[in-house]
Design a protein. Structure first.
Length: 190
């Protein structure tokens, strides 16, 4: 007979860089910690970069927004969320992370705000390619009808998980195929 085996690929944990240590960043870091992600919180205000405030964070980086991206290790598993609530800080952070090659940069706030920042960066001489635009998610998060910080955090973390998994976030009931990848026969029993 046949032997069916379920194979689960184990990917390295996501490195999540949360830029901005305001109250709404707390649940983002909490959700990320529950998922086993390695979270780095970046802010220029040292008093907010504490283990008491962010017990799930792996690392804290105190940096001016213009310098932050250069201090963060970036690889294909690094996802960035910019949520400082300060337009100039967000612009400086986006400038740095666009240059970094991070596969995902989420921008809190309305789409028009992100577009304005991108326009300013282009007018200042920073080239913004279609590939760059494809990795910028602004506004960040899935459309879940989120209102408060915890709901917004769920939408943000859900979007990152969908992007990392190469999936379009949608209702499972509308999926026509299996939820998980098909199993393959890798051997035959006697």
């Amino acid at each position: 007979g046949e032997v069916k085996v379920f194979v689960e690929s184990i990917r390295p944990p996501i490195r999540l860089v949360v830029c901005g240590a305001g109250h709404d960043a707390i649940p983002v870091v909490q959700f990320a910690a529950m998922l086993g992600w390695r979270t780095i919180v970046v802010d220029q205000r040292e008093r907010f970069l504490t283990r008491e405030r962010f017990p799930g964070a792996r690392e804290f980086i105190k940096a001016d927004p213009a310098e932050a991206a250069a201090l963060v290790p970036i690889d294909s598993q690094t996802y960035v969320v910019v949520m400082t609530h300060n337009y100039l800080h967000d612009r400086d952070l986006l400038r740095g992370f666009l240059r970094s090659g991070a596969p995902y940069v989420g921008m809190l706030g309305p789409r028009i705000r992100t577009e304005k920042i991108l326009s300013e960066l282009q007018h200042a001489g920073l080239p913004v390619s279609d590939r760059d635009r494809a990795r910028i998610f602004g506004p960040v998060g899935l459309d879940l009808g989120s209102e408060g910080p915890e709901e917004i955090a769920l939408a943000v973390v859900g979007e990152i998980l969908a992007v990392e998994s190469g999936r379009q976030a949608s209702f499972l009931r509308e999926r026509t195929g299996p939820i998980h990848a098909e199993t393959k026969v890798i051997g035959r029993g006697s």
